[in-house]
Design a protein around this ligand. Structure first.
Ligand SMILES: NC(=O)C1=CN([C@@H]2O[C@H](COP(=O)(O)OP(=O)(O)OC[C@H]3O[C@@H](n4cnc5c(N)ncnc54)[C@H](OP(=O)(O)O)[C@@H]3O)[C@@H](O)[C@H]2O)C=CC1
Ligand SMILES: O=CCS(=O)(=O)O
Length: 253
């Protein structure tokens, strides 16, 4: 069994999770990669196995029984988990609340809130046994700043940010750091998923903007995880240089 550092990444099939897997592998970290799309996980494992040990686990974070099973199974791969990247998540839709589908709201809550809680609860004992360790929770600028069409997505990320701070309170002095990472616009499959597979609508989001890339976020995650053990990065909000806040809207009668 390896004594090297080991990271568990949820949502490693795309975007931040995929880029983080590559970054961490290039730095010698063993990996537990999870997500629902098995083919992508196997392809990634093949790519990285020359560099580090990789454990593949097909997992829907919404299914708490499956999450608990995964936490059991990883015991055969590693005795320690030094980094949990709680990354699996999604937005669905950009229409106003009164046109949104209830089903989409439920899926965002089930994934971004319940899924993240499921994984944290199952893996926390292993992180504590492995201290020093780090949890990086993928929140969003949408947790901090309202915008039209963000309704449940932004609210689910506000949960992630506050949960991160509350976890910090309980874990202080126990060697497990917690960071709420709050990125703005990043070009990944995020918008493609948000717009139900409409590539044109997704491309429009990034038109004329040098958006951040998944690799930028992976570098930040790696930096957070490799701070000296006595330092906790509480929150990082990060945006593309071309993105900033806008003014209040006024609806005139
Ligand atoms: N891109 C952006 O602009 C920003 C994104 N974020 C957040 O960062 C995180 C990653 O997003 P990003 O990489 O951009 O998006 P992607 O769509 O590229 O990746 C999302 C990942 O989440 C996984 N996922 C989604 N639902 C589930 C589920 N039920 N169970 C397990 N895995 C799941 C997907 O895997 P699979 O489908 O195979 O299960 C995929 O690997 C998300 O939480 C997102 O909200 C935050 C701020 C900005
Ligand atoms: O979390 C994603 C960033 S945004 O689309 O809400 O600005």
């Amino acid at each position: 069994m390896s004594k090297d550092k080991c990271a568990l990444i949820t949502g490693a099939t795309s975007g931040f999770g995929l880029a983080s897997a590559r970054k961490l592998a290039s730095e010698g970290w063993d990996l537990i990669i999870t997500g629902r799309r098995e083919e992508r996980l196997q392809k990634l494992a093949k790519e990285l196995e020359g560099q580090v040990r990789v454990f593949v686990c097909v997992l829907d974070v919404r299914d708490n029984e499956a999450v608990k099973e995964m936490a059991e199974k990883v015991g055969s791969f590693t005795r320690h988990i030094n980094l949990l990247v709680n990354n699996a998540g999604l937005a669905l839709g950009r229409e106003p609340a009164y046109e949104a589908k209830h089903e989409d709201w439920q899926t965002m809550i089930d994934t971004n809130v319940t899924g993240l809680v499921n994984v944290t609860h199952a893996i926390l004992p292993k992180l504590m046994q492995s201290a020093p360790a780090t949890i990086v929770n993928l929140s969003s600028v949408a947790a901090n700043w309202p915008y039209p069409g963000s309704h449940v997505y932004g609210a689910s990320k506000a949960f992630v940010s506050q949960f991160s701070k509350n976890l910090r309170c309980d874990l202080a002095g126990k060697g497990v750091r917690v960071t709420s990472l709050e990125p703005g616009m990043c070009e990944t499959e995020f918008s493609l998923v948000r717009f139900g597979g409409d590539q044109q609508a997704a491309d429009k989001v990034y038109e004329g903007v040098k958006a951040m890339k998944a690799e930028d976020i992976a570098d930040i995650i790696y930096w957070i995880a490799t701070q000296p053990p006595h330092i906790n990065i509480n929150t990082i909000e990060v945006m593309a240089e071309q993105q900033a806040w806008s003014n209040f809207q006024v609806v005139r009668g």
